[in-house]
Design a protein around this ligand. Structure first.
Ligand code: ZN
Length: 83
């Protein structure tokens, strides 16, 4: 089983992959409809919104948490993590 390189989600079935393509290294939530992977900043924004909605974090805390989480994932090694 693979995990998404961009968000860490386990991908257990073909439908979890971008475009349902198991050769991809990232999940459907990290892909645009054309199958290309979202950028680091797009994932930071997306995860920040997700944390605010699901955990009630405030904006600044949610953003820091998102950046910390993403910084551990293989897709973003070498990205600036202090923005
Ligand atoms: Zn993902």
């Amino acid at each position: 089983m693979k995990t998404c390189i961009a968000c860490g989600m386990p991908m257990t079935k073909a439908a979890d992959y971008a475009l349902g393509d198991e050769s991809k290294d990232y999940c459907l939530y990290c892909a645009w409809p054309d199958g290309s992977m979202q950028s680091y900043l797009e994932k930071v924004e997306g995860m920040t919104g997700f944390l605010i909605r699901t955990q009630g974090l405030d904006q600044a805390v949610a953003r820091q948490t998102a950046i910390r989480t993403l910084s551990k994932l293989p897709a973003w090694q070498g990205e600036i993590t202090s923005c």
